[in-house]
Ligand binder design. Structure first.
Ligand code: HEC
Ligand code: HEC
Ligand code: HEC
Ligand code: HEC
Length: 123
């Protein structure tokens, strides 16, 4: 019984705080995704939040573990170079996430991002 009361109180607190704290802003410049790479086998991949804002308005599409409050954690915090358990390594994770969405958008005939190696891994 005590547990349930506690849970309800916690849920209420979380809902209030989600409104009370201002969301962190998405970076506006170009992020070098290569900062997450384990090696330099491929040229760096640049990622622009600004250019994705219109096509992908929900932050949690990419920051899938984000609580919506504090700044989202780097993907590389959990997706390390090694495959562990259900989590993929960075390369597979990024390829699935980035390329997967670009392919889906292309198929739906919407403006999409690159799907070929050299258009992401730019020299
Ligand atoms: C939509 C963009 C995109 C496309 C297209 C893409 N990649 Fe990547 N790739 C990435 C990102 C982002 C990473 C970063 C993963 C990381 O930090 O380890 C990555 C990582 C890699 C890595 C690991 C490099 C390292 O140092 O850890 C290799 C190798 C790689 N890609 C090869 C390829 C090849 C080959 C192709 C074409 C078949 C390709 N990629 C297409 C975005 C892309
Ligand atoms: C299309 C995918 C995508 C979307 C949508 C997205 N982000 Fe990101 N964001 C990324 C990637 C990739 C990084 C680089 C993460 C890393 O370095 O591991 C990043 C990095 C960040 C960082 C910097 C984190 C750090 O520690 O360097 C912040 C803050 C951030 N995003 C906030 C947001 C917010 C707020 C939104 C929604 C308005 C958003 N993002 C939407 C993919 C996305
Ligand atoms: C707090 C840890 C954590 C962070 C940070 C995180 N992930 Fe994940 N991710 C996981 C775990 C755990 C799984 C596997 C279980 C699941 O699907 O939820 C996963 C699964 C995934 C998958 C599905 C993999 C597959 O095999 O289908 C993708 C894609 C992905 N993450 C992309 C990202 C991207 C991109 C970022 C950064 C914007 C990110 N993740 C940040 C923990 C994390
Ligand atoms: C959920 C869908 C989605 C995900 C996930 C996504 N993108 Fe995109 N991306 C788009 C769309 C839509 C565009 C086209 C935007 C436009 O042209 O209006 C785009 C455009 C781009 C462009 C070209 C924009 C430019 O700079 O000229 C690059 C590069 C790119 N994405 C890289 C990435 C990388 C790297 C990731 C993974 C970290 C990623 N994207 C994840 C939807 C996505």
């Amino acid at each position: 019984m005590k547990k349930i009361v506690l849970m309800v109180a916690l849920a209420a607190f979380l809902m209030v705080s989600a409104v009370a704290f201002a969301n962190p802003k998405a970076p506006t410049g170009e992020l070098k995704v290569s900062e997450m790479m384990k090696s330099n086998k491929k040229p760096p991949v640049m990622f622009s939040h600004a250019k994705h804002a219109a096509g992908v308005p929900d932050c949690k599409t990419c920051h899938h573990t984000w609580d919506g409050k504090a700044a989202p954690e780097k993907c590389s915090k959990c997706h390390t170079g090694r495959k562990s358990g259900k989590k993929d390594n960075m390369k597979n994770t990024m390829h699935k996430k980035c390329k997967g969405c670009h392919k889906a958008f292309k198929k739906a005939k919407k403006p999409a991002g690159p799907t070929s190696c050299k258009d992401c891994h730019k020299k």
